[in-house]
Design a protein around this ligand. Structure first.
Ligand SMILES: Cc1cc2nc3c(=O)[nH]c(=O)nc-3n(C[C@H](O)[C@H](O)[C@H](O)COP(=O)(O)O)c2cc1C
Length: 213
């Protein structure tokens, strides 16, 4: 941990109002594979993580994404590049859902390693930030047995779509990446075998504005 970086970074609270309508975000959503090197702000990262898995009702601890039996199998990691997010140093961070904060568990820019683990899809390295969604299957399997696996896979789709729509509404962009070597991604993220990576989603400013078909 560097001297200037606290162990836990509390993100600014996300907004529940925006200037882009849901319909507009759905219409404009596109997979983007070309990002500018500009950093994103902490507020933008906050908004993206909230949309991915954040709390939308503090009384009930409800989340922004549905979950079979509220078993919540997804864990979110942020691979932050050098100057990827304003005021946050490069490293791997875990998103703490209840406190809407980040905990760094590795220091350094691992985007290149992550891109290599994903068949050299270079936009993983180009984007300032990569969101990696992992699953702990046992949380859902404990309740639903074999059917739990299906539920986890459906759930990651909900989370991924929220990232797409939130990024679009913020003038940012993303692409859902499913092509990678699970074991290599897990090694890059320094995670134990219980964690299964399901999606890598680079987030950044699109180098050109996606067209509406
Ligand atoms: C499960 C899944 C896995 C995907 N994996 C990749 C990938 O590894 N690399 C990539 O560039 N795009 C990937 N994509 C994005 C698709 O290529 C993209 O959604 C598709 O071309 C349609 O374009 P659109 O998202 O702009 O509508 C994936 C999409 C899904 C749903």
């Amino acid at each position: 941990m560097s001297i200037n970086q606290p162990a836990q970074i509390y993100l600014p609270p996300p907004s529940q109002k925006g200037s882009v309508s849901l319909e507009e975000a759905i219409a404009k959503r596109r997979s983007v594979r070309d990002f500018t090197p500009e950093s994103i702000s902490q507020l933008q990262l906050s908004q993206i993580l909230w949309a991915t898995q954040g709390i939308s009702n503090t009384r009930g601890k409800c989340r922004t994404v549905p979950s079979a039996g509220a078993t919540y199998p997804l864990e979110i990691f942020v691979v932050c590049g050098r100057n990827g997010v304003e005021g946050i140093s490069d490293g791997i961070y875990h998103y703490n859902i209840d406190s809407h904060s980040l905990t760094r568990h590795y220091e350094g820019d691992v985007r290149l390693e992550l891109a290599r683990a994903a068949l050299d899809q270079e936009f993983i390295y180009q984007a300032p930030v990569d969101i990696v969604i992992c699953a702990l299957y046992e949380r859902t399997a404990m309740r639903y047995g074999d059917r739990g696996e299906r539920y986890v896979h459906i759930e990651v789709g909900h989370a991924g779509q929220n990232i797409y729509l939130q990024a679009t509404a913020l003038g940012l962009a993303t692409v859902a990446i499913g092509a990678f070597y699970d074991e290599s991604v897990r090694e890059v993220l320094r995670l134990d075998k219980r964690y299964k990576p399901l999606y890598i989603m680079p987030v950044g400013r699109p180098a050109s504005q996606p067209k509406i078909n």
